[in-house]
Design a protein around this ligand. Structure first.
Ligand code: AMP
Ligand code: MG
Length: 317
């Protein structure tokens, strides 16, 4: 199990009870630093809220981590090949959303991409792309119609050999749930950030929104990010995770149609109402590229995207 390490607990501003205080907390979860910024009326409420939000994140890691052999996701992959298996409400929600993205993106986003992800992960370690026969074998086990989920009863059936990977969507869901945990405790003015994903609730007191700086983007996305409230922003296509071969860079995001790491889009930034949608959409748009991406965006009202951008960071007060 990954230890939960409190890295930073920065105190700033006035600690007088009854004043609004800004508090920032950082812990290591999901293999990365997760940062929570809250505005609360009491320091103790801010601390208790952040503690509860981190606990929510930790419990969801036990459900959806691909790196933990005992996670519910990994156990489902091993166990579900024969019969239908009941899954938790959280896994059910993410799998359901992932399968919907798969259907609407015509399989560009695919939660069964696990065998290909594993191949390319190994390739990044050795620096050599996978062999064509290995890609063909992995592809033979990928396809979202190989998973059947009944979202009402939360039962799932997987075909033999299917390996689920929720790496392109689960983080967004986890951030949404952590924000909800804060809200349940009366902390509605909050920002949570992990890797390329940020979710925000109500604006900081006296502000119209959280100030997220987006570099090099479509002006519509840049200006919306600059004052963001009750929304989420995600960037995908991390240029640092790739294998280079024959003058091409193969990303850690896989095009399931070819079985190859995506070589097309570069970075994509998405703004949506919730972090799960922003997260999955950004991953899907990397695979689809700008033209095919437009039709997927058409299914999701209020979601905006910009190619060749990067979320720089939150610069909120
Ligand atoms: P993100 O950083 O949100 O874009 O997610 C990248 C992760 O999504 C990868 O590390 C894989 O775990 C997973 N992934 C890769 N390709 C796909 C795909 N075509 N559909 C869904 N998930 C994918
Ligand atoms: Mg994603």
């Amino acid at each position: 199990m990954i230890a939960v390490v409190p890295l930073v607990c920065a105190l700033s501003g006035d600690v007088t009870a009854g004043q609004w205080v800004r508090r920032e907390f950082t812990e290591l979860h999901m293999g990365m630093a997760v940062r929570i910024v809250v505005h609360a009326q009491y320091d103790s409420a801010a601390r208790a809220g952040a503690r509860a939000a981190f606990a929510t994140i930790a419990s969801l890691e036990d459900v959806m981590s691909d790196y933990r052999p005992a996670s519910e996701l990994r156990r489902l992959t091993v166990a579900a090949n024969a019969a239908s298996i009941e899954v938790s409400a959280d896994l059910c929600a993410v799998l359901d959303a992932g399968l919907t993205f798969a259907r609407l993106s015509d399989g560009a986003f695919d939660p069964t991409v696990g065998p290909l992800v594993a191949l390319w992960r190994a390739a990044r370690q050795t620096g050599t792309p996978p062999s064509l026969p290995a890609i063909a074998e992995a592809r033979s086990r990928v396809g979202w119609s190989r998973v059947r989920l009944d979202p009402d009863s939360c039962t799932a059936t997987l075909d033999p050999g299917v390996q689920l990977d929720l790496g392109g969507i689960a983080k967004g869901y986890v951030l949404d749930r952590a924000l909800a945990t804060l809200a349940e405790r009366g902390i509605t003015s909050a920002l949570i950030e992990a890797g390329g994903d940020i979710v925000v609730g109500d604006p900081p007191p006296g502000a119209r929104g959280w100030r997220i700086v987006v570099r090099d983007g479509d002006p519509a996305v840049v200006s919306r990010a600059a004052s963001l409230a009750n929304a989420a922003i995600s960037t995908s296509g991390d240029a640092e995770q790739f294998v280079a071969n024959g003058g091409r860079r193969y990303s850690h995001i896989i095009d399931p149609r070819t079985g190859l790491g995506s070589t097309t889009a570069g970075l994509v930034t998405v703004i949506a109402r919730d972090a799960m949608t922003a997260d999955a959409m950004a991953t899907a748009l990397v695979v689809l590229g700008p033209e095919r991406g437009t039709s997927l965006l058409g299914y999701y009202r209020g979601v905006v995207a910009a190619y060749r951008t990067a979320v720089v960071q939150d610069r909120s007060p």
